[in-house]
Design a protein around this ligand. Structure first.
Ligand SMILES: *Cc1c(COP(=O)(O)O)cnc(C)c1O
Length: 367
């Protein structure tokens, strides 16, 4: 069997380092908001090339709390419009509606799966205040043109960087382009904790300070509450796990790129469309997503050869029950959800197994 993602083997590589870090926290007697969190926040902000990193409980909270902070700071008003790609994972959109803001969905670019700057420009109104690009599947969105558009109209930019730790263009990494970025460290993400965790990166000191209060009941100072905040903290054990895993992230990304290269060099089935990559640094291969008009049969064919694949994602957000009031249609997005298939991808996938996956894809014939 070739699993889609082998988390057990990924974390087994660092077993003794993780156990040492865990032991250090257990023996410290300090479990929330201590050294490990400070160290991780410093290390991750340095890694991304930003001034501030604020650890929170998960990636969804990172997005929700950033928009919430902009509301608290008066930079947004309830009902303001936020432009977001229609084919994103639903969390990007939940963060908008959770704050009483209005998601404005736009069709993505067909080739990159990412936000189309042209389509974003076309929906800007007087109520537009934020652009929320998503670096989907690990590929940095077209940030130079998105930032230019945002500057032209005075809009805030919140990157959803949950799938793109370390992706960069011109040496500038995901999380350092927008006014702020939300990261997830869910175990299956490229930088994964051993439980839930997330963070916001930003160069804005006022935003950073507001977020530090919001994640902690709205309090900067014990028993003084500036905001009606929440409890969304990144605990010491997860911060310690992340400190260990951050040290290996670049090497893991290189491994993912080797697997992607094997797929590119060896998959030659004319019925299968390979992903488009602008340049090597721009993509960190959270997922390797191909397209096929015979996706159901292709997935069955691969499963019959012991190859596990997944679909990211089967139902677009606008067709979810949760947003049934929307009643709209996005044909490019809908076609993507019908055709995408994610091949096995991860830093511990062997080159032989990647070659087997490629051969199995090539062996698929349209019935
Ligand atoms: C995983 C993910 C999130 C949410 O992260 P959690 O840590 O699971 O809350 C948000 N956006 C995208 C694009 C994601 O892939």
């Amino acid at each position: 069997m070739i699993p889609f993602l082998d988390l057990q083997s990924i974390n087994a590589q660092y077993r003794s380092e993780l156990i040492d870090a865990c032991t250090r926290v257990i023996d410290s007697g300090w479990y929330i908001g201590g050294n490990e969190l400070n160290q991780f926040e410093q290390a991750f902000s340095a890694y991304c090339g930003v001034e501030y990193c604020i650890g929170v409980a998960n990636g969804l909270d990172a997005l929700i709390l950033t928009l919430r902070a902009w509301l608290e700071l008066g930079r947004l008003q309830p009902g303001d419009e936020v432009i977001v790609p229609a084919n994103t994972y639903i969390a990007s959109i939940l963060a908008i509606s959770a704050n009483g803001l209005k998601p404005i969905l736009v069709e993505p670019d067909e080739h990159s799966f990412n936000l189309s700057t042209e389509n974003a420009r076309a929906v800007i109104t007087k109520k537009t205040r934020v652009i929320l690009p998503v670096h989907l599947y690990g590929q940095l969105a077209d940030m130079p043109s998105i930032m230019a558009l945002a500057h032209e109209f005075g809009l805030l930019v919140l990157e959803d960087a949950a799938q793109a730790h370390g992706a960069s263009v011109g040496g500038k990494k995901a999380g350092s382009w927008g006014d702020a970025a939300g990261f997830s460290f869910y175990p299956g993400k490229n930088l994964g904790a051993l439980g839930d965790a997330g963070a916001i990166t930003t160069n804005d000191p006022e935003l950073a300070q507001t977020l530090r209060a919001l994640r902690n009941y709205g309090s900067h100072e014990k028993y003084k509450n500036l905001f009606k905040g929440v409890n969304s903290r990144l605990d010491e054990i997860q911060a310690a796990m992340l400190c260990v895993k951050l040290q290996h992230l670049e090497q893991e990304t290189q491994r993912r790129r080797v697997i992607a290269d094997i797929y590119f060099e060896n998959i030659s089935n004319p019925t299968v469309q390979l992903p488009l990559v602008a340049n090597v640094e721009q993509h960190v291969w959270h997922l390797f997503v191909i397209r096929s008009q015979q996706r159901v049969d292709l997935q069955k064919h691969l499963a019959a050869q012991g190859i596990q694949t997944l679909i990211h994602y089967p139902i677009p957000p606008h067709q979810q029950q949760a947003y049934q009031e929307w009643n709209c249609s996005y044909p490019i997005t809908e076609a993507m959800h019908q055709e995408v298939l994610s091949l096995p991808m991860g830093p511990t996938l062997s080159e032989d197994d990647a070659l087997r996956v490629a051969a199995a894809v090539n062996g698929f014939r349209v019935a």
